[in-house]
Structure formats: C-alpha cells, structure tokens
Design a protein around this ligand. Structure first.
Ligand code: G3P
Length: 221
C-alpha cells in the first residue's frame, strides 16, 4: 500500500519524505487555507514547492464546479509540474471532466467519494484515483471501511486500473484496516503515520536492552 500525506504543510511533507515512506501528497482547498496560502499565484507556487519535496504524485484540487472551468484549471495545474494530479469533485460536470482529461492523458483523482456507485462512475470515466472519505462516513455512524471493501470488490471484478486512495483518515487503525481491505493508497495526517511506529512494549523492550548493556559494561558480565 502506498502512503500519501494529506496536508499542505511543507514541514510535515518534508518530515514524512525524510522518513522514507512517502509516495505522494494530497491537498484540498481547506488544507491550503489552513496554511494561509492565499491567491492563485501563491497557491500554484505552493504546489510547486510541494512537488520539489516529494518524489510522488501531488493532488491539486480545482475550485470550479462547471466543466469549462474545471478543464481550464486542470490545464493550468498540470503546467506547474509533471507530477500534479488534478483533483476533481464527484459531481456531474466532474464526471465529464474526468473523461475529457483522461482522454488527454491527464491523471485525475476523483474526490468526495462516499458510495461505491460514485467510485464505479469515476473509474468508468477514467479516473486514476478515487478518494473515498473514510472518517467522514464514520462521523455519520456509517462504517467507512466497508466502502473500501466494496470498491475493492467492484474494481477487482472488472480489473479497473483506478487506484483506491483512502482519504479522511483520522488514526493509525484506519491505516492498518485500509491495508487489510486492499486500498491501493492511504492518504494520512503525519500524526497517524507516526502513530504507527509506537508500541509501549517496544519502548519497554528497548529500555531493558539498553539497561542490560550498560550494566554489563560496568560489571563485565
Ligand atoms: O483527503 C481528504 C481529507 O483531507 C478530508 O479529511 O479529516 O477533513 O475529513 P477530513
């Protein structure tokens, strides 16, 4: 399973990249706003900086909701860097835009996926990724992970090449479950990635190994 980081924070992207496990980055307008990046020029420059840190795909989301607007934005976004993937929302004009961009050889990540039907439609239109929002489904008392399982089954039935990019991940158990259910990618906050490495028995075990080593150096046995 690929690990993407779901942030526009450059320091966090660098930290994940330096850890050696980062395969890409996803952003959205809320995450850009959180970093205080304002204005089209600055936003595009910020995408360029993200692309310089990571070696993987970088999802950049359109703001337009009409077909012409989305295509215009997509054309501008892919000029920023060859690894930009255009993020398009799951709406009617979005589906048309996915097909159009796919036919032009532009990779699309279809975002705001909350049902298997939406994922099927996006894959059929030619999306390179679909982004089911796990945490937001959990928030409304629906098991987000069941959606990953359903989409995996459908994509495997028809050998769709579209990758399942599990999004809205809130904690490390989500990441492990995504791997169990066969998501191709999990896009995660840095805190969830770092939480994967923690276990109290690891800390206790390491402390004991080092204490035994230090004691043996003093006593010679
Ligand atoms: O990738 C989508 C993600 O940013 C949404 O996460 O936590 O706002 O539901 P969240």
């Amino acid at each position: 399973m690929k690990f993407f980081i779901d942030t526009a924070n450059l320091a966090q992207i660098k930290e994940a990249q330096d850890l050696g496990v980062l395969d890409g980055v996803t952003t959205n307008p809320s995450l850009m706003a959180k970093e205080g990046v304002v204005g089209k020029e600055n936003i595009y420059e910020h995408y360029r900086k993200i692309c310089e840190i990571t070696t993987g795909d970088v999802s950049a989301e359109v703001i337009s909701t009409d077909f012409d607007g989305m295509i215009k934005e997509a054309d501008a976004l892919v000029k920023i860097h060859p690894r930009i993937v255009v993020k398009i929302p799951m709406i009617k004009d979005g589906v048309k835009a996915i097909k159009h961009l796919h036919d032009k050889g532009i990779k699309v990540n279809c975002t705001l996926i909350f049902s298997a039907g939406q994922a099927l439609l996006a894959a059929k239109a030619g999306a390179a990724y679909v982004s089911p929002f796990i945490g937001r489904l959990d928030d409304i008392s629906t098991d987000g992970m069941e959606l990953i399982e359903q989409i995996r089954l459908i994509f495997d039935n028809y050998n769709f090449q579209c990758e399942i990019l599990a999004a809205s991940i809130r904690h490390p158990v989500h990441i492990v479950k995504c791997a169990e259910y066969g998501a191709d990618v999990a896009t995660c906050p840095l805190s969830s990635i770092l939480a994967l490495l923690k276990h109290p028995l690891t800390d206790i075990g390491l402390e004991k190994f080092l204490a035994d080593y230090n004691a043996s150096q003093k006593t010679g046995k």
